[in-house]
Ligand binder design. Structure first.
Ligand code: GLV
Ligand code: GLV
Length: 314
């Protein structure tokens, strides 16, 4: 049976789907996530790896795994943690789990949008301090969404699903992506809410920086459910402190799992621990999709979530 490493326990449905189909090695900690040394050690002689976004798959890891490795199946739609070019060069398949997490991630983007414009998390934090309060006409004012503009950066599946939800809120939607929409400069100047849905690439790193925050509306909100390094976090903290933008909502971080210290003291930022796809239903679907990709990869079949088809097709 093919030998596989699963770097972190998935939901039961997904773990059960692996039983009987492979010689299974599951990292179960402690610590919770597999460390680099342990990953290098446990990858050795595996035919397939099922990896998390926090696992870096690079040439060193592929060397440690050995020449029998056939597939790296990521438990995610994003795969910036994997050196795909290096995998392709070695004839190793890379697979991801698109589509199944689109709606859940769009819901989470909206959770952050609403939390930011209406100061939801801040209000909750305030009440928990026990500070005396009474309803007042000027208390904790946010901003309307109705009639305002939502700017979507990156118009893939998740960006489009996030845009679709704006109809119910009576918002105008504009988008910017490699394939079209308005220019990036127009988007940041006109948007009242900016939601990031672009992949992390060398071109998108620090797409949101000090210069960009200065061009945004002082009433604008920035939400990132894509990848942390798209935003220069230190510059974001300065912009939030200076009132260059109204608020920000972050589900992902530049040096994840570390959170930029200067953000933690600010009331106008809502922080979540990478929960974009974190629903029971979606995690079951992602886990089953990743397992299907893995088992197809190790048995010489074409995985549905194949990222580098050129390995098979060329
Ligand atoms: C999670 O961040 C994913 O890419 O699925
Ligand atoms: C990204 O892969 C998306 O689904 O938008």
């Amino acid at each position: 049976m093919p030998a596989v490493l699963v770097t972190r326990a998935m939901v039961d449905e997904a773990m059960n789907a692996l039983q009987g189909h492979c010689d299974l090695d599951v990292y179960t900690g402690p610590p919770e996530a597999i460390g680099r040394d342990e990953f290098l050690k446990r990858a050795k002689d595996k035919d397939g790896l099922l990896t998390m976004v926090s696992d870096r798959v690079d040439a060193e890891l592929l060397d440690a795994a050995g020449p029998q490795l056939k597939i790296v199946a990521n438990h995610a739609v994003g795969y910036d943690n994997i050196d795909v070019a290096e995998c392709t060069r070695r004839g190793i398949l890379v697979a991801n789990t698109p589509d199944v997490l689109t709606e859940a991630t769009a819901d989470l983007a909206w959770s952050l949008i609403l939390a930011c414009v209406r100061r939801v998390a801040e209000g909750d934090r305030f009440l928990r301090t026990g500070t005396p309060w009474i309803w007042g006409p000027k208390m904790m004012l946010g901003h309307d969404l109705y009639g305002r503009t939502l700017g979507i950066v990156g118009h893939g599946r998740i960006g489009q699903a996030t845009a679709r939800r704006a109809t119910g809120f009576g918002m105008r939607v504009i988008h910017n992506s490699r394939s079209g929409g308005v220019s990036f400069d127009t988007l940041i100047a006109e948007s009242d809410v900016v939601s990031i849905h672009a992949p992390l690439t060398p071109e998108t790193r620090h797409l949101f920086n000090a210069n960009v925050f200065r061009q945004m509306k002082p009433t604008a909100v920035l939400v990132n459910t894509a990848r942390g390094p798209l935003v220069d976090e230190a510059a974001l903290a300065s912009a939030l402190r200076a009132g260059e933008i109204f608020a920000a909502g972050l589900d992902v971080f530049e040096r994840e799992p570390e959170v930029e210290k200067s953000l933690l003291d600010l009331d106008n930022v809502t922080l979540l621990p990478h929960l974009g796809s974190a629903t029971a239903e979606t995690r079951a679907a992602m886990g089953l999709f990743a397992v299907e990709n893995l088992l197809n990869g190790v048995t010489g079949k074409r995985p549905r979530g194949l990222v580098n088809p050129e390995v098979i097709d060329s």
